[in-house]
Design a protein around this ligand. Structure first.
Ligand code: UDP
Length: 439
């Protein structure tokens, strides 16, 4: 059976209590906040559910943990269900994930019928989802639209970069996608042919009031980081190049390592004594994380200036503080749905060297909030690392631009406003087609 997240994990995570929209007064535009209030009035008392496959690790869980309290605070019932599956299920759905991002993977029909569909049937068997609107996140639970039962309106929310999805997996997903009342993609280029239901473009966002996105001063950042820096013997006085992401084939950490090694060979840079700090975790629905981490360690070799940390203690506080302290952030994924780490880093005032891929291009404005590069362009990444280290004034201007760009476009209220427009539309309170419909 799928699980009500809060029932199952109540001990680990205290219930997600509703919060008042006022807490965003210092971050978001007044007009946006009052629009949210108006939109919420129509749907107060209605139920809005989310279904995904992991309660921690990765961007989806991160966002749900913020969306739900805000929506509850607006008087809408909001629930979060998590499907359950064995290791074979998650190995298979990870293959789906990779195939969607264009990586060839082998699987056979038995995997689909015995593992994938059976797991979803077991999760939903005899247990209809009664919410007025349900958002089903990513491919893991997608087939529940056929093998489960939904009594209200349904949306499939795709967080993955599907622009180069393997045709076979896309053909497999399409009939499911087309059973929903609509599908949400991060950008138009992710909507491949065959989607017959309305498609909407909504960017993910970060929550400025979450612990991770608390904007630190340099002093506080140093204070909170002290135990971590001590534990790993990291000297905060050294200029820090930072990279944070899951250890995953698409996150392309080897390019960052190679670029940094190239950077260090330059005499004037050597004098600055920079270090590369890489931080990663593994999600419970991602069975490849540990193997990738070991591969990254091999790539680093004996280099004493590169730190690769896995599952750091006090994660949220430390991630934000590291981003505040770093000279710049590098995120050169080969595929990227959006890249919340980029948003988080920019919000802490850390300019970004990002790849021209997926949602990263919505965030990194070339030469204004950072630099855009091809994902495997080691030399170019190295050149921009050098630029940031040698040009502190220009770096600081980009830092300010980065914070403002996120403030205007990618904070939680921006996301919730669009979801509420959709809810009003789907439940019949608003006839107008949402302005962010992309197909
Ligand atoms: N993250 C974290 N600790 C880590 C690595 C990642 O808390 O060691 C978080 C990161 O801060 C971000 C999320 O995991 O909030 C990753 O989201 P993103 O969209 O960047 O990538 P995804 O993992 O969803 O592909």
């Amino acid at each position: 059976m799928y699980h009500d997240l809060e029932e199952k994990y109540a001990i680990k995570h205290p219930p997600l209590k509703g919060i008042d929209l006022h807490v965003y007064d210092n971050f978001s535009d007044k007009r946006l906040l009052s629009e949210i209030r108006k939109l919420a009035e129509n749907v107060q008392g209605r139920e809005w559910a989310h279904i995904n496959s992991t309660f921690e690790g990765g961007g989806v869980a991160e966002m749900l943990r913020s969306v739900i309290p805000l929506v509850r605070g607006l008087g809408i019932h909001s629930s979060w269900y998590c499907i359950e599956g064995g290791e074979d299920f998650f190995v298979l759905t990870k293959k789906f994930h990779n195939l969607i991002q264009g990586v060839v993977q082998e699987y056979d029909a038995r995997d689909i019928f015995q593992t994938y569909i059976e797991t979803l049937k077991n999760n939903f068997d005899g247990k209809p989802v009664t919410a007025d609107m349900t958002i089903v996140h990513d491919p893991q639970p997608i087939a529940s639209i056929v093998h489960g039962e939904y009594l209200g309106k349904t949306l499939w929310r795709c967080h993955i970069d599907t622009s180069e999805a393997d045709q076979m997996i896309w053909n497999f997903l399409l009939p499911y996608i087309n059973h929903f009342d609509g599908a949400i993609f991060t950008q138009k280029s992710f909507v491949k042919p065959g989607v017959k239901v309305p498609a909407y473009g909504i960017s993910p966002c970060i929550d400025p009031i979450s612990v991770k996105n608390n904007q630190y001063t340099k002093e506080t950042a140093l204070q909170v980081l002290e135990p971590l820096l001590q534990k790993y013997n990291i000297d905060p006085e050294r200029p820090m190049v930072l990279a944070v992401s899951r250890y995953d084939v698409h996150k392309n950490q080897p390019t960052i390592i190679q670029a940094f090694k190239e950077l260090k060979r330059q005499k004037d840079i050597k004098k600055l004594n920079p270090m590369l700090v890489m931080v990663g975790n593994s999600a419970s629905d991602d069975p490849e994380g540990q193997a990738m981490y070991e591969m990254i360690q091999k790539e680093i070799g004996e280099d004493p200036d590169i730190y690769a940390l896995l599952n750091i203690p006090n994660n949220d506080v430390n991630i934000g503080a590291l981003m505040r302290l770093a000279n710049h952030f590098v995120h050169v994924s080969t595929k990227e749905g959006f890249g919340l780490v980029v948003t988080e880093a920019m919000w802490q005032g850390c300019p970004v060297i990002g790849s021209k891929v997926g949602g990263i291009v919505q965030q990194v404005i070339d030469h204004q909030t950072g630099f855009l590069v091809e994902p495997l362009a080691v030399n170019e990444v190295s050149r921009y690392m050098r630029y940031f280290l040698l040009n502190p004034d220009e770096r600081d201007v980009m830092s300010k631009n980065a914070v403002e760009h996120i403030r205007q476009n990618f904070l939680l209220p921006n996301l919730v406003q669009k979801y509420l427009v959709l809810m009003n539309h789907l439940l019949g309170f608003e006839k107008k087609i949402p302005y962010f419909r992309i197909q």
